[in-house]
Design a protein around this ligand. Structure first.
Ligand code: SF4
Ligand code: SF4
Length: 380
């Protein structure tokens, strides 16, 4: 019964909105890192990327087919590696009326990232923009996980430099993302302290290693370490030391959503939550660099390739194949911890709404009481 309702809701939303309002575009296949936790690795690319890479004109055609985009993530690989990233972001913002956009980055080439970020801010003065820099450890642990010699010092320098832009542009925000893996899970407390030092008035987002990472052992994360990171964020937020997202009027709702989402992730990891109700393929979608469209980053079944639809993502999105995949996702009660897709799925899962509202009120009032049972930072 529930899956039939979710199927109808998702199909209705996909039709009404025409294209995913939460759109993730892989605009680059290459990267400055070689992360142990990366699923977007050589083997994945060899298996999946079969067609020519989309060019600027292809993206422009696709942008013209889009309904309103509430959130656009330009990712890869490393999106800042594209020489035309400023023009690409600006074109999407204008053509698809993007409400908010974001670029995740390793933070490796500080000058290039800062220069291109500032150009985007100037060309798109009314559109909230966030750059999220990855910090996966303090010192050598970051370099070990990212498999690059000087990644840590460069990521820190980039966060600091981007914060300089944040002070000058009200529509800009800087976040820090940590992907917890078997490499860095013992260092959660130290990473939390470092993030607070580097980016005290921004959001610290934590991800869990997923998919088939470059190092298969990277996925061995103990839930207690994720719980510990969640507890650290809550403690700091409640104490008013880390106010979370900024840069637009709904930013605090994103922070509240992340509070509820972390609890959801723990419920999923520890088997307390039934599957079903994922909005991937309806509210959210992914386009890889060769134009292949997926409901999410985890499922292998493609919905099709925009190159076969003359760039028209709306036509692909309403195709029988897309409809069948949306139904399959509900029928199989698909479930995972992918953070982006949980965010949009929470919008159609009514049982998560009170949690978000509660978190928002507690953030506003600063009255959230400490919860017992904050675990020790030990994986066993
Ligand atoms: S996780 Fe991201 S930064 Fe690391 S290798 Fe993969 S694409 Fe590059
Ligand atoms: S639950 Fe996860 S794997 Fe399944 S469709 Fe949603 S995002 Fe994809």
């Amino acid at each position: 019964m529930k899956s039939a309702i979710y199927t109808a809701v998702n199909e209705g939303l996909a039709r009404a909105l025409r294209t995913p309002p939460y759109l993730i575009l892989f605009v680059s296949d290459t990267c400055w890192m070689h992360c142990a936790h990366c699923w977007f690795n050589e083997e994945w690319k060899k298996e999946h990327l079969e067609r020519r890479a989309l060019g600027f004109d292809d993206y422009e055609r696709m942008a013209r087919s889009l309904g309103r985009v509430a959130f656009l993530s330009l990712t890869g690989g490393e999106a800042f590696q594209r020489p035309d990233i400023v023009e690409l972001a600006t074109m999407f913002r204008r053509t698809a009326r993007v409400s908010r956009y974001q670029i995740p980055t390793s933070g490796y080439l500080t000058d290039r990232i800062v220069e291109r970020t500032e150009a985007m801010l100037q060309k798109n003065p009314d559109t909230p923009f966030r750059v999220d820099v990855s910090l996966d450890g303090v010192g050598e642990i970051h370099n070990l996980q990212r498999r690059v010699r000087d990644g840590y010092s460069r990521a820190c320098a980039t966060i600091t430099a981007l914060r300089g832009l944040k002070a000058r542009y009200a529509h800009f925000d800087v976040g820090v993302i940590t992907t917890i893996s078997n490499v860095n899970q013992h260092q959660v407390d130290e990473i939390g302290a470092e993030v607070e030092r580097l980016n005290p008035d921004g959001e610290w987002m934590i991800n869990i290693t997923r998919g088939e990472p470059r190092d298969p052992q990277a996925i061995d994360v103990h839930p207690n370490m994720y719980r510990r990171a969640d507890a650290l964020i809550r403690e700091r937020t409640e104490a008013g030391r880390m106010p979370g997202h900024g840069g637009h009027q709904t930013a605090k709702w994103l922070t509240a959503k992340n509070v509820a989402r972390r609890q959801l992730i723990l419920d999923i990891v520890e088997g307390r939550r039934e599957g079903g109700g994922c909005s991937a393929g309806a509210l959210a979608g992914v386009v890889y660099s060769d134009g292949e469209v997926h409901a999410c980053e985890m499922l292998d079944d493609p919905l099709g390739n925009v190159q076969d639809f003359d760039g028209d993502l709306a036509a692909l999105w309403r195709s029988p194949r897309a409809k069948a995949l949306r139904a399959k996702i509900q029928r199989t009660k698909c479930q995972c911890t992918q953070e982006c897709f949980l965010s949009t799925s929470m919008l159609i899962q009514p049982d998560t709404w009170p949690k978000m509202v509660r978190a928002r009120l507690e953030l506003a009032q600063g009255t959230r009481r400490g919860r017992p049972g904050v675990p020790s930072p030990s994986p066993g």
